[in-house]
Design a protein around this ligand. Structure first.
Ligand SMILES: CC(C)(COP(=O)(O)OP(=O)(O)OC[C@H]1O[C@@H](n2cnc3c(N)ncnc32)[C@H](O)[C@@H]1OP(=O)(O)O)[C@@H](O)C(=O)NCCC(=O)NCCS
Length: 189
């Protein structure tokens, strides 16, 4: 049910120049490339996976996607794949998002747009009251991004800083990011 709603949402509408699409097995090489890029993998879990192992991981993920347990997206702009982002750990009152990687050579505003899409799906489509996520200590850009967006730091452990993002912050962040939203939610046909 949720998957169908997500598929019908503006976030996945390929009539807009920027949108998300569900990851497919054929994305294995692209994702391996992102996750093995030394400029991009300093603050994510290191997995020395082959394209074949990644393809198997995606095949297993597709069962979780069908069950509504997890959603893994490719971030696209003008028909080109730029990155990935994932929603997982769905709790009764909160969803987690992360596994967020975007190529450094990307159009301005795409990073913000992809974060907006997580909240649009989580709050407007799936109707969650809250989001939660964690960021490795030292991943300063991403920690600052979440602080600017209105996320609340909750606690930390040796490895990570943990955040909540309350639904009440969503319209505030959307308003603050209206320029990026409008620039990327542009019809392409
Ligand atoms: C996660 C990732 C996509 C974030 O991108 P980033 O460029 O590092 O993030 P930044 O916060 O520097 O920039 C994001 C946006 O904020 C803007 N920004 C940066 N500093 C800003 C400031 N002080 N005030 C306002 N806007 C600012 C940037 O211009 C950028 O805008 P955009 O949406 O137009 O692209 C990228 O770091 C990445 O792929 N990292 C590798 C994997 C990773 O660590 N993922 C996170 C796991 S938790």
């Amino acid at each position: 049910m949720s998957r169908k709603e997500i598929l019908k949402s503006d976030a996945l509408d390929d009539g807009y120049i920027s949108h998300l699409r569900f990851v497919e097995e054929s994305d294995a090489a692209f994702i391996c490339g992102l996750r093995s890029d030394s400029k991009l993998n300093a603050h994510i879990s290191q997995a020395d996976v082959s394209v074949e192992a990644q393809r198997k991981w995606i095949s297993d993920y597709k069962a979780r996607e069908a069950a509504g347990d997890e959603y893994y997206f490719v971030i696209r702009h003008q028909a080109k794949d730029y990155g990935v982002v994932r929603m997982y750990d769905f709790q009764p009152d909160s969803f987690c998002w992360g596994s967020w990687i975007i190529l450094p050579e990307r159009p301005s505003g795409l990073v913000t747009f992809s974060a907006l899409m997580m909240y649009e799906i989580g709050f407007d489509v799936l109707d969650y009251p809250r989001s939660h996520f964690d960021v490795r200590h030292g991943n300063t850009n991403v920690i600052n991004f979440h602080l600017r967006s209105g996320a609340t730091p909750t606690h930390a452990d040796e490895a990570n800083q943990y955040f909540n993002f309350e639904r009440a912050q969503w319209p505030v962040f959307r308003e603050k990011s209206a320029a990026q939203l409008n620039a990327h939610r542009m019809p392409c046909r």
